[in-house]
Design a protein. Sequence first.
Length: 332
Amino acid sequence: MNRIFSGVQPTGNLHLGNYLGAIRNWVALQQEYHCIFCIVDLHALTLPQDPEQLRAQTREVTAAYIAAGIDPERCVIFNQSTVPAHAELAWLLGCLTPLGWLNRMTQFKEKAGKHREEAGLGLYGYPVLMAADILLYKATHVPVGEDQKQHLELARDLAGAFNRRYGTEFFPLPEPQILGTAARVMSLRDGTKKMSKSDTSDYSRINMTDDADTIALKIRKAKTDPQPLPATIAEAEARPEADNLLGIYAALAGLDREQTVALFAGRNFSEFKQQLADLAAEVLGRIGGEMRRLTADPGYIDAVLRRGAERANALAAPHLRQVFDIMGLLRP
Ligand code: TYM
């Protein structure tokens, strides 16, 4: 059976981009694939985190998975640091990673910014740990938003490099699954920037736990241009803010872009925004409410994560042992 691995960092506010670009797609995939969904807390440590908040956010991401419809019986849900093999495999793969490959990673450049010299080794090696996450389970498919494409290419390159170096076909080359009309949700304040957990303006994103009034306010304030809504896809694509809001509507309503553009062609933004706000509030209201109910019971969340850690360790351990053998590490 094909196997899926994907993850979310427990850093800050989960937003509509995380939901539409990733989590929502996982819900459908769990019917067809063996799925492993991780809360990547080791990745979160590549930037400074408050320990208490990191724990709370790890539980919150777990709650979001379950609230969105991921079944913790059918899928393995766990936090990365409970399976030591992730860090171990990351070291082994790191020994096969040319620095040139890491120097090409745009996320490192964005996150390190002008302070490259002060950026940590963890941030630099982030994509190697991500490759280890995926390859540790011999995952065949990785459903993510578009921003993770480059990291996935590195994971494929590393799988290939390992297989060639040791003359084996041990690691399958994982396929990215970049799905739906909202694989790249943009900021509500700037249609050319990605919606992100770390944007300093809360008005740039819709959080999964925002209530209906907050959602309506943020959408009302969302940047648009003065013209009515575009009549064609080509026209929409030339207007990033309009295009983004139409893409969000399409994803939430389960329509394709053509249908959505046709539905609102030539209408005013105020009317469209009202309908978009109602739809977003309906979808997120259900999930946000369930997240609040689940996070009020940390005992339940922790039990899900404990059981997930047992199952993930059982899958990971034999693979790591085989990698040790292939690489010539003696296990006396
Ligand atoms: P993270 O936590 O930044 O984001 C989690 C998922 O949400 C998607 N996403 C978006 N999709 C559409 N529009 C957006 N504006 C948007 N912002 C985020 C991301 O593409 C991602 O799918 N490196 C990963 C976590 C990770 C991982 C892995 C993923 C670690 N190991 C192994 C897959 C497999 C990350 O930072 O995601």
